[in-house]
Design a protein around this ligand. Structure first.
Ligand code: ATP
Ligand code: MG
Length: 384
């Protein structure tokens, strides 16, 4: 994930209710429906879901995508949207296959104890939800889990981040877990669906162990977002906090050309989370959101990115910023005197350096205080 050292104060000048790009993980959003942009991946995913809902034939879907590509977002959209079928969402946050299998059992237990009318969704993080009585044989545990699901006419089990129990794990654990998945699915009756989300590397490393799945799974690969989708994702987020084009607002001139969006999406490599990270930095560094300013901010940011990639020696600005940061620690602002002390420069000289930093959008000044911008913090990291 991104650095948490974000200078929130830089948002104040936009007069926003809150920073629309603060939630870069879909887990932290209240609901994903308002933000969701329909993509080609969604068409394939929902086709598979609908074919299950229509036929009620048991189904297994693998949703495979890189970090930040929108896997959790889509699982959430599914359980927020489906009214009629109980959905159990499990985030696999343990590496130990036994913990995971126990956790799934604990979650499925809710199918037995919660009356159907209340059981819309159950969200379970595995941590701290362990139960005794897990059989050491994954097949037996899986059959028990399947029978809990089979006691219901319909049920959907969503498993997120299974890479945690697959990658960097012992071969024994990986085998135990895949045996569990295989046995669970094969023992399910119609009316049940499992959706498993993970990164491509995890799927690739277990798919040869899953050849006996019956019927075979539907594999959906999360595609890179297109430029149009990237634009829509940004617009949706911005619209949460201000009325686009409202007269007199700082966003009145909001306009991003096709070329700028293409550049933005190229830098994000079609990844929604990266896209929002970059746009968050643009909000911190651009003075308005018209095309020229956004383009300029992008150039600054991609310049910083290039620096990091090429491991260039940090500029003199990076050195000054680092010295100041070392002087003030985690504090977000500093004074002129502190800057002079930290850099060993005279007040006059340090003032002109600060003016240069300001012109490069590395710091902003409010009253007598100077604040680091996100780009400055990146440069400091680089200098370190
Ligand atoms: N189609 C979309 N429309 C709108 N926002 C999206 C879309 N896809 C992803 N996002 C947003 O992108 C961000 C990253 O998505 P998400 O957290 O679901 O990724 P992930 O694949 O689960 O990542 P990780 O593997 O790190 O858990 C979230 O803020 C999410 O809301
Ligand atoms: Mg996720």
């Amino acid at each position: 994930m991104t650095s948490s050292k974000i200078d929130e104060s830089a948002y104040l000048r936009w007069l926003l209710k809150y920073n629309p790009f603060i939630h870069l993980s879909s887990e932290s959003l209240k609901s994903v429906g308002n933000f969701h942009v329909w993509t080609e991946t969604d068409r394939s995913f929902w086709n598979a879901v609908e074919s299950f809902l229509k036929s009620k034939k048991k189904k297994l879907i693998f949703l495979i995508g890189e970090f930040g590509s929108g896997k959790t977002h889509r699982l959430r959209l599914l359980y927020e949207t489906l009214e009629e079928v109980p959905c159990i969402y499990i985030k696999v946050d343990s590496q130990d296959s036994r913990d995971v299998i126990r956790g799934i059992e604990a979650a499925l237990h809710s199918l037995e104890i919660i009356p159907a009318r209340h059981l819309k969704k159950v969200i379970l993080s595995l941590a701290g939800k362990k139960e005794d009585g897990y059989s050491s044989d994954p097949k037996i545990a899986a059959e028990k889990a399947a029978s809990m699901m089979n006691n219901r006419g319909e049920a959907i089990l969503l498993m997120d981040e299974i890479e945690n129990v697959i990658l960097n794990n012992s071969e024994e654990d990986v085998r135990a877990f895949t045996k569990y998945l295989l046995s669970l699915y094969n023992a399910l009756s119609d009316g049940k669906m499992i959706v498993i989300a993970c990164i491509p590397k995890a799927y690739e490393s277990i798919k040869h162990l899953l050849s006996n799945l019956n019927p075979p799974p539907t594999v959906i690969k999360v595609k890179k977002i297109t430029d149009e989708e990237a634009k829509e994702i940004i617009d949706r987020r911005l619209k949460q906090v201000f009325e686009l084009k409202r007269e007199g607002s700082v966003f009145e001139n909001y306009f991003i050309s096709k070329e700028t969006i293409a550049e933005l999406n190229r830098l994000s490599r079609g990844n929604p989370r990266k896209l929002m990270q970059i746009f968050r930095n643009i909000l911190l560094t651009a003075s308005t959101l018209d095309d020229r300013e956004v383009k300029r901010a992008l150039q600054v940011l991609s310049g910083i990115k290039k620096d990091i990639k090429e491991k260039k020696t940090p500029s003199k600005y990076g050195k000054y910023l680092r010295k100041i940061k070392a002087r003030i620690g985690e504090r977000k602002f500093f004074s002129l005197i502190e800057a002079a002390e930290a850099t060993g420069l005279s007040l006059v000289n340090v003032k002109s350096i600060l003016d240069e930093l300001k012109a490069r959008n590395l710091i902003i000044k409010r009253g007598v205080r100077y604040y680091f911008t996100e780009s400055a913090l990146k440069l400091v990291e680089l200098a370190e």
